[in-house]
Design a protein. Structure first.
Length: 91
């Protein structure tokens, strides 16, 4: 069976979206329960999969996050959000 580990991101026909694994438990010799949360909808999934089903799952690689914008643009973006939400905290 595939080595599905917590925090893996999976793609497969058992979920309508990519999911992040919470836990993967082997049940017996040829079944696996995968508890996962959808990356877009935050929906919980917990299918019981056979050994053949597990072969259809693709474990996706996550690359490192690369921030390549200039600092002033980031500052202006964050400042605009601060100003937009300031009324919630003003007296």
């Amino acid at each position: 069976m595939a080595q599905v580990q917590p925090s893996n991101i999976l793609k497969g026909p058992f979920w309508p979206e990519r999911v992040r694994v919470i836990s993967a438990t082997s049940i017996g010799r040829n079944q696996m329960r995968i508890e996962a949360v959808g990356l877009k909808t935050q929906r919980f999934y917990n299918p019981l999969l056979s050994e053949e089903d597990v072969r259809l799952i693709e474990i996706l690689k996550e690359g490192p996050f690369a921030f390549s914008s200039d600092g002033e643009s980031l500052f202006l973006y964050l400042e605009s959000h601060r100003i937009r939400n300031a009324f919630q905290f003003g007296a």
